[in-house]
Design a protein around this ligand. Structure first.
Ligand SMILES: Nc1ncnc2c1ncn2[C@@H]1O[C@H](COP(=O)(O)OP(=O)(O)OP(=O)(O)O)[C@@H](O)[C@H]1O
Length: 512
């Protein structure tokens, strides 16, 4: 029924003069480039450079401005008129960061959801369904049993299942282009390489892939071709082999990269965060301290309890037992307002859902937790609020109008605004969950500088990140969580890539 082999003559896709204007913003300006058949083609660019807009045009979600066209094989289409149906029928398929899988269902059920199952006299032919999905997975090089429940798979294998679902109707129309939007962002470090190797080998069989990411090392290692967008304009499409890291950063940012040197820190003896016996959800009897002037990273696999721990400390989730103190003052369990009043601030992982007020302006979002500062005699001092918003927008390089709803900002720019807001309260303890996910290389340096400044001013930072480079750069101490328990910790020079792999990933459960 299904087959993952690729017709190497699958058509290339070319964009010619594609523009997209939103009210007040030119998201894409006259963009033209081609994706060759069977190429692993990376699309990179800073926050707000137009990557998501381009993908949404390919998906037929946004109509582009009049005048541009798209060539697919021998056919030319007017980009003003593309529709989701056109995109699907043209064999363009998308794997988004949120994979949209049903964890409790089997791989076969996920891959076949919404399509017609093989039948035989008397009902569905489950044997053939499993076999056909297995062939598809084998063709992708996935070591996954089609009968397994998706929740029992490693994150990287779940991504391969989402790809298999895209490819299931290959024989019904072909998959001319597979578009992957930051597929490695949520993967643990040790799974990234395996997924990329499989994608590369799949493209070598002839599948054209458009790969969107902020992780430049991945594209330099695996991509055949790299397209760079900057401020909605096409800067460059070249073989990856012609790039080096510094040159790529320069063409993304428009200037030479700045060196990011880790600042050396001296933590004081004063404890700013004390966690004792915290238990609840996946967490089992967790105790540790964070000192003033210290950044502590939580390392662990997906599901080890890192996000839960931050949420329990902040009070977004109420722990069953245990205590949290900030600078010696007890924080009420499950009480976010009390946590903020005692000096905690949190940047959650799900910023769209948990942090950004989507209908409010950028400026209102920035001042949401400090609005009291601008009240005087029943009046809101809008000019002072505006001045502070302009200062933050400049300091963090947030691209977008401060009066526009934050929902109009690109994902990375929203993240910068949420971090700026957390910093405004000068917190005693800053809880950061994947702080630079989706943030571009330039803004990342700005955010690290702000975190460094907060730590130098005496804050304690507790950070969950699956980005190993980020952990190595920011952390003075690492605490390892395995299945909701603290298993070990390291500090200073003992924190190495090797130590993390030994102590975090060796605990990984073997896939079923
Ligand atoms: N629906 C919209 N309304 C108004 N402006 C928008 C809308 N969607 C995107 N924009 C603007 O278009 C520009 C390009 O945004 P886009 O989301 O395509 O960038 P991106 O390269 O995907 O960024 P990131 O890396 O941060 O996700 C930005 O200036 C953004 O604010």
């Amino acid at each position: 029924m299904f087959d993952a082999t690729v017709d190497a003559s699958a058509s290339a896709l070319s964009l010619v003069g594609v523009s997209k204007t939103f009210p007040g913003t030119r998201a894409l300006a006259d963009v033209s480039f081609s994706i060759e058949p069977g190429h692993f083609h990376a699309l990179v660019g800073g926050n707000g450079s137009g990557k998501s807009t381009l993908i949404k045009i390919l998906a037929g979600v946004y109509g582009a401005d009049r005048g541009g066209s798209l060539r697919l094989g021998d056919a030319t289409f007017d980009v003003e008129r593309l529709s989701p149906r056109w995109s699907r029928e043209s064999g363009i398929r998308f794997v988004h960061q949120d994979l949209g899988l049903f964890p409790q269902l089997t791989v076969t059920e996920n891959v076949l959801a919404g399509s017609s199952y093989p039948r035989r006299a008397g009902g569905l032919d489950w044997g053939e369904a499993h076999r056909s999905v297995q062939r598809l997975l084998d063709g992708l090089g996935a070591e996954v049993d089609a009968r397994t429940a998706v929740r029992d798979l490693r994150p990287a294998d779940q991504t391969l299942v989402a790809i298999a679902r895209c490819l299931r109707d290959r024989d019904a129309g072909g998959v001319g282009l597979l578009v992957l939007d930051e597929p490695t962002t949520r993967l643990p470090a040790d799974e990234v390489e395996g997924l990329l190797r499989r994608l590369k080998s799949y493209s070598q069989q002839g599948q054209s892939i458009l790969y969107v990411t902020h992780r430049l090392d991945e594209v330099l290692t695996y991509a055949d071709t790299i397209t760079v967008l900057r401020d909605g304009r096409h800067v460059d499409t070249r073989p990856a082999a012609e790039h080096d890291r510094a040159g790529l950063v320069a063409s993304i940012a428009g200037h030479a990269p700045e060196d990011v040197n880790r600042v050396s820190r001296t933590a004081s003896d004063a404890v700013v965060l004390s966690v004792r016996g915290l238990t609840g959800g996946p967490l089992k009897d967790i105790s540790f301290d964070v000192n003033s002037g210290e950044a502590v990273a939580l390392a662990g696999l997906v599901g080890s309890g890192r996000t839960s721990l931050l949420q329990n400390i902040f009070g977004a989730v109420r722990p069953r037992s245990g205590s949290v103190e900030v600078a010696g003052l007890p924080v009420r369990r499950g009480h976010v307002a009390d946590a903020i009043a005692k000096g905690l601030a949190m940047v959650p992982e799900e910023r769209g859902r948990d942090a950004a007020f989507q209908s409010l302006s950028v400026s209102d979002n920035l001042s949401a937790t400090t609005v009291g500062r601008y009240r005087r005699g029943g009046w809101l001092r809008r000019s002072a609020e505006r001045r502070d918003a302009e200062r933050d927008v400049a300091a963090y390089g947030i691209k977008g109008a401060i009066d526009a709803p934050i929902s109009r900002l690109s994902g990375g720019n929203q993240q910068k605004a949420i971090i700026a807001r957390a910093m405004r309260t000068s917190p005693a303890v800053l809880l950061l969950d994947e702080p630079t996910q989706g943030v571009d290389v330039g803004a990342r340096a700005d955010i690290y500088a702000q975190i460094d400044a907060a730590v130098a001013a005496g804050a304690g930072v507790l950070l969950a990140t699956s980005d190993l480079d980020e952990l190595l750069y920011l952390a003075d101490r690492v605490i390892v969580l395995v299945d909701g328990r603290v298993t070990c910790e390291a500090s200073g020079d003992r924190i190495t890539r090797h130590w993390i792999f030994e102590n975090v990933y060796q605990h990984e459960k073997a896939p079923k």
